[in-house]
Design a protein around this ligand. Structure first.
Ligand SMILES: Nc1ncnc2c1ncn2[C@@H]1O[C@H](COP(=O)(O)OP(=O)(O)O)[C@@H](O)[C@H]1O
Ligand SMILES: CC(=O)N[C@@H](CCC(=O)OP(=O)(O)O)C(=O)O
Length: 310
């Protein structure tokens, strides 16, 4: 038995702000309970051990809060580091890795064998939730060869694919079983080649196929900068039409990210958000607090009020 001195519990009201923080989350919990959230964890956001651990906590928190998180992970910098160790060079065209068959072996090994395994391990430190798979498994993602377009001309970039079909059954079965799917962006081609898929593109396609409420992209910038690299003013919210208008002006890694966000909101996903993965717990802050952070893309018919509660 433990006995507190008279009045101590009543005076001990330092806990009130904590209670208010929890209460602030209530409308968002009501709104998102039972909804699927596809989270893209970018390779540039996973450089730090404490960030990876905080990410795993956030994702498991979402699961316990009654949402259905699905993780699609990147690993671009990790692939480049491994290629370098092997004496192979990395080259990109329009933000896409030029992927020879030799490079593809390394992409598959790093994404499915290292990055995915590590994330599954971190998530499963909190319970038996995470199940790793690649887009190849159960024909979840089918790809066709993708060409980069440079000066209006198609350029062969090797085994880079575009997703043409998603069979979401295996992912849905995992969600229904209370698991957290952790998916590497590799897909089988109808021609039985294995293709390297940009992880932003894969996450967006999966969000659409799952009818997700939200696509969240965690990266290494605060959001979409209005006039990058000249300024770093973050665009906090923009409509699909506004995004389509600025898409041709974007460069490097932002191109597949924002193309994915646009595709998602134009295909039924409620909102698409780009967040700073370098900020600990940015995922929870974005979903469960009133302060929106990063960039939110909303469908054209949504009003600005989506930033708060509609
Ligand atoms: N308008 C922009 N706003 C923000 N970042 C931009 C913009 N245009 C290009 N970038 C670049 O895109 C990068 C993010 O893409 P990328 O490196 O592929 O990240 P990730 O590994 O998270 O997918 C940023 O670090 C920045 O250098
Ligand atoms: C075709 C293509 O470029 N694929 C990417 C796949 C990994 C990825 O997208 O990782 P990030 O999200 O960390 O950039 C690559 O090989 O780097």
């Amino acid at each position: 038995m433990q006995i507190a001195p008279k009045g101590e519990q009543a005076r001990n009201n330092t806990a009130l702000p904590k209670a208010m923080t929890l209460i602030e989350a209530l409308p968002w919990l009501e709104r998102f309970h039972g909804k699927t959230v596809v989270i893209k964890f970018g390779g540039n956001a996973m450089v730090d051990e404490s960030l990876k651990a905080a990410f795993a906590q956030d994702v498991v928190f979402l699961r316990y809060a009654g949402l259905h998180p699905v993780v699609v992970h990147g690993g671009g910098p990790q692939i480049s580091a491994q290629l370098e160790k092997l004496g192979l060079k990395s080259s990109f065209t329009n933000g896409l890795r030029v992927t020879t068959p030799e490079t593809m072996d390394v992409v598959r090994m790093v994404l499915a064998g290292q990055v995915q395994r590590e994330l599954v391990g971190l998530l499963n430190g909190h319970g038996p939730f995470a199940v790793g798979m690649t887009g190849e498994d159960a024909h979840t993602m089918t790809a066709v060869k993708r060409y980069a377009v440079v000066d209006g001309e198609p350029v062969d970039i090797g085994l880079v694919g575009d997703i043409v079909n998603i069979e979401a059954g295996a992912v849905k079965a995992l969600i229904a079983d209370g698991r957290i799917p952790v998916i590497s962006s590799i897909a089988r081609g109808a021609d039985s080649h294995v293709y390297n898929i940009n992880a932003d593109t894969a996450a967006a396609a999966l969000a659409v196929a799952l009818g997700a409420e939200m696509l969240v992209v965690l990266t290494d910038v605060e959001g979409l900068y209005a006039d990058w690299p000249v300024s770093d003013d973050v665009i906090s919210q923009l409509s699909a039409t506004e995004l389509a208008a600025i898409l041709p002006t974007l460069s490097s890694g932002m191109v597949p990210k924002m193309e994915g966000c646009l595709h998602a909101v134009r295909s039924g996903v409620g909102t698409a958000r780009v967040l700073d993965g370098r900020v600990q717990h940015s995922l929870l802050l974005e979903i469960f607090t009133d302060e929106g952070i990063g960039t939110m893309v909303v469908p054209d018919d949504e009003t600005a009020v989506l930033g708060g509660l509609a």
